[in-house]
Design a protein around this ligand. Structure first.
Ligand code: ADP
Length: 179
């Protein structure tokens, strides 16, 4: 299953699968602010990359919610991992949407600063952090498509959605974004 949208020089692409299999320049980790590993996609990335990843993330001093930091990819096909920290969803907090958008935006800025051209994202915050997928998908796709309109370095932004339900929600949300 795939769905794609070309915006200027950037292809935004949705696929279903396991992000640790991706051979994009970087894969993004839905990390927590300690950067010391966790469950979900974070655990899968640390297992696939091997113990050197934790050795490097230990040196970074954590990462604030809405920010992102880069490491090498070690045993992954991707050369780099960008560790982005999304917010824990709280319906009463007016800032959660900005923090989620910022996690995507900062990941792409870090990719540009490091000369990368292709980045794969998971659905940040919609697992253990409880962000409703419909809301999160709209924020994620708006943020990356706005980014695609104003830069030409990143040629591929891929979302790797683990389960079919999440894939369907992102597929619907991508149809709402105009080229
Ligand atoms: P968060 O704490 O940011 O909510 P989670 O890892 O709990 O992060 O979940 C984020 C999303 O990542 C969920 O949709 C989950 O199903 C998905 N996910 C889990 N493992 C993988 C994987 N190996 N590849 C891609 N996505 C994954």
């Amino acid at each position: 299953m795939t769905n794609q949208l070309q915006i200027h020089d950037t292809l935004i692409d949705l696929t279903q699968g396991d992000i640790t299999d991706q051979d994009t320049d970087a894969i993004v980790n839905a990390a927590n602010s300690s950067l010391l590993g966790g469950g979900g996609v974070d655990g899968a990335i640390h297992r696939a990359a091997g113990p050197d990843l934790l050795r490097e993330t230990r040196t970074l001093g954590g990462c604030q919610t809405g920010d992102a930091k880069i490491t090498k990819g070690y045993r992954l096909k991707a050369r780099y991992v960008i560790h982005a920290v999304g917010p824990i969803y709280r319906p009463s907090d007016p800032n959660v949407a900005n923090l989620l958008a910022s996690a995507y935006q900062r990941s792409l800025e870090v990719a540009v600063e490091n000369g990368l051209e292709s980045v794969a994202f998971p659905s940040i915050s919609t697992g253990a952090y409880g962000y409703p997928v419909e809301k999160a998908a709209a924020i994620a796709l708006k943020t990356v498509s706005d980014f695609a309109r104003v830069q030409d370095q990143i040629k591929l932004i891929r979302f790797v959605l683990f389960d079919p339900l999440t894939w369907r929600v992102y597929d619907q949300a991508l149809r709402q974004i105009s080229p």
